[in-house]
Design a protein around this ligand. Sequence first.
Ligand code: HAM
Length: 405
Amino acid sequence: MRIEKPRGTRDFLPDEMEKRRNIEGIMRRIVESFGYREVSTPTFEHLELFTIKSGDEIIEEIYAFKDKSGRDLALRPELTAPVMRLFVNECFVMPKPLRFYYFANCFRYERPQKGRYREFWQFGVELIGSDTPESDAEVIILAYRIMEELSIDFSLHIGHVGLLRKVLHGVDEKERAMRFIDKKEWRELENFLERKGKGELFEKIMELSSSRSIEEAISVYPDFDYSHISKVLGILDSLGIDFKLDFGIARGLDYYTGMVFEIYGRGLGAQNQICGGGSYSLTGIFGKEDVPATGFAIGFDRVAEICNVDQEKTRKVVVIGFGDYSKATKVADVLRREGIPSVVDVMGRSVKKQLSFANSINADYAVFVGEEFKKGLVTVKNLNTGNQREIRFEELSSYIINGEI
Ligand code: HAM
C-alpha cells in the first residue's frame, strides 16, 4: 500500500535540504550580525493565542484540534504571537530592546498551490520594546540585506496601517475593509464602504494607495502625522535602500499598528510575497501594558524556490579496504575527524561495485587501503580526473583538503 504525504506538505531530498540549510545558514549569519539571538517555541499552542488577534483570515486557516483532555490547541500558523507569549512569560523585565529571531515550520489550512503550502517555514525576527523609526528601519534594512545577500530579484514596498485605520475611522467593521485592501479587492471595498454610507472614503483610499511620495499622500489626506514614516524612509534613503511607498498595504493580521512592509520576489507567480512585517502590539492580549514591537517573517520556501546560492562543496571520499572493513574504517575515522565526509562499504561489495557506488554518490576521491598500509601508505584516486598516487597516510587529509592529486 502506498501512503501519500498529506496535502500541502512536502518531502525534501538531500540536495534540496543541502540548499535549504545553506540558505538558512546565510540568514542566521546576517541576523546574528545585527545582534539578534534565536528563540524557539512549541509547535502547538493554545488556540486562543491565535484567535484573539491574528485576524479572521488566519483563524479560518488554523489547524485546530482538541487533545485527549479536551484542550483546544492549534498548530502555529505563524510565530509572532508565540514569540510575544514567550516574551511576556519569560523575558518581560529584561533590558529592552530584545532582538529575537526564529526559523520554524508553520501550518495553515490553505488551498495548496505553487508557493503556498499547508506546512511551510518562516525565518523571522522580532525587535521588542521599542517603537522608534530607527527600530522600524532596522528590521527593514535587515530583511533587505538578506534578500541582497541571497541575490534575489525583489521589490520592497512600505506602508502604514495607522494611516489606513485613521481614514477608516468610524467605519464599523473596519477590519473587513482592511482585509479587502490587503487582498486588493477594490470592487468589494467600494461596495462595502457604500453599504456603510462611507462611499467617499473609497476615492481617498485609492488615491493614497497610489501615492508615491509622502508629499503626495499629505495632499490627499493631510489629517495624519507622517513624521514617523518619513523618518523611517529617510533612514532607508540614507543607506541607499530601494523601496516603493505603498499605502495600499494592509497586511492580513490584525495586530499591526504602524509601519508595515512587504517584499515581493520575481519568478514566483501569484504567491510572490516573500516577506511581510511591520510594527505591532500584542502584549495587551496577555493583560499586560503595551510593549511595542516590530519585525518580519520571510517565507523561507518561496525564497528557496527563487534563489541560487553557491553550494559550498566539501570533498567527499570513499575508503576501500579490499575486504578489510576495520582497516578502511580506521582510515575513514581519521578523515572524518578532519571534517572530510568519508564513506565505507557496509555490504561486503567488490572493489568494482564500490567504485561505481562512489560514482553514484558523486564522491571526489577513492582511498585504497591495502597491504601497503602496514608501511603507512595508502593510494588515493581522484575520481574526477582519474589521477592516482600512493602517499603517506599522515598526508592524506591535507592532500584531500587542498584538492591535490
Ligand atoms: P505573513 O505575511 O502571514 O506574516 O507571513 C509571512 C510570510 O510567510 C509571507 O510573506 C509568505 O512568504 C510566507 N507564507 C505565508 N503563508 C504561506 C504558505 N501557506 N506557504 C508558504 N509560505 C507562506 C506573518 O506571519 C507575520 N507573523 C510576520 C511578522 C513578524 N510580522 C511582524 N513580525
